[in-house]
Design a protein around this ligand. Structure first.
Ligand code: CIZ
Ligand code: SF4
Length: 306
């Protein structure tokens, strides 16, 4: 089917179903183009909760749809590709976290939103890349802090807050691929362009960057900057909106490896099919939801730091 026909079909079905289409900043260009709202996982979950729609079509990965359901359990939350997961979220299980926690009585568990609902349910507070620094600062000095699952985000937060943290050994395979040699090469190709990277990158890459930001932070930083070109160290989907919102500026991906296969799974055909069948839907069992919602709500009360 032609893209235009597919898009028209999707818009019609969205209206018929009283549905809203949310797309993560790492989704394919055509998905972002047709979405009602694009954003990071935090912004999208909040939009899901605030929306008057009966159905949320979440174009992203599984943990994001779970978070949307946790914050809006009366709505139908569709994840057009149920196989779109996050390898980093899968690197820690609820059993593993319970066992780690048991070894550290009294510790505060800070869990990155890139985690399953089961893991969130074992946590005190969640964080995103947009508020991790403020979340850590909100914890009283002297309390032990355990962070899951991202070792790179945890090391970034430890450096920014000068706090001692313990971290789980998880990582994002996509961001992990970006190396200091890639940054050197990009800087040689684009002299003077600021290097803007995500805190999921390795600490040695983070140390080389001019700015370390969430995707939401990157949009506002690049819009405000007077630079004419930028080297971007996060998943390539971010380029769509950066280029559209900043027509006079050039954005170069720091490495060709910055593609998340899971974020690229969802196609227009999948979205259309999902709206026709109202499947696959994502739910969270009530006992898990009850515990996970307090960690997510605690996170939402902490303002963004970027
Ligand atoms: O929180 C998110 O949506 C992710 C995965 C990245 C970011 O920095 O926005
Ligand atoms: Fe997970 Fe990394 Fe893909 Fe985000 S970019 S969904 S953290 S694997």
């Amino acid at each position: 089917m032609e893209q235009d026909t597919l898009k028209a079909d999707i818009r019609r079905l969205l209206a018929e179903r009283n549905a809203v289409l949310l797309a993560h900043n790492y989704q394919r260009d055509e998905i972002q183009e047709i979405a009602d709202i694009t954003g990071d996982s935090l912004a999208l979950s909040q939009e899901a909760a605030a929306s008057a729609a009966d159905v949320i079509v979440f174009c992203g990965v599984h943990f994001m749809a779970e978070s949307a359901y946790i914050l809006a359990p009366r709505k139908t939350v569709l994840l057009p590709r149920i196989d779109a997961g996050c390898p980093m979220a899968d690197m820690v299980t609820a059993d593993q976290l319970r066992a780690w926690r048991a070894e550290h009585p009294g510790a505060v568990v800070v869990t990155y939103v890139n985690s399953s609902a089961d893991v969130k349910a074992e946590s005190d507070i969640c964080c995103t890349s947009g508020n991790v620094v403020n979340v850590v600062r909100s914890i009283p000095e002297g309390r032990e802090i355990l962070m899951v699952p991202d070792r790179n985000l945890a090391q970034y937060a430890a450096r920014m807050t000068a706090r001692k943290l313990s971290w789980w050994d998880g990582y994002c395979p996509t961001h992990e691929r970006l190396t200091p040699a890639d940054i050197d090469r990009a800087r040689a190709e684009h002299p003077g362009a600021p290097v803007v990277v995500h805190p999921e990158c390795r600490p040695e890459v983070v140390a080389m960057a001019d700015a370390v930001l969430s995707t939401a932070g990157m949009y506002s930083w690049c819009a405000k900057s007077t630079a004419a070109e930028f080297i971007i160290g996060t998943e390539m989907g971010i380029l769509y909106k950066l280029r559209r919102e900043n027509p006079g500026k050039a954005f170069h991906l720091a490495s060709r490896g910055l593609i998340c296969p899971n974020m690229k799974l969802t196609t227009l055909e999948d979205v259309r099919e999902s709206l026709v069948t109202l499947t696959p839907s994502v739910t969270v069992p009530a006992d898990i939801l009850e515990k996970a919602v307090s960690a997510l709500e605690a996170m939402i009360r902490i303002p963004r730091d970027n």
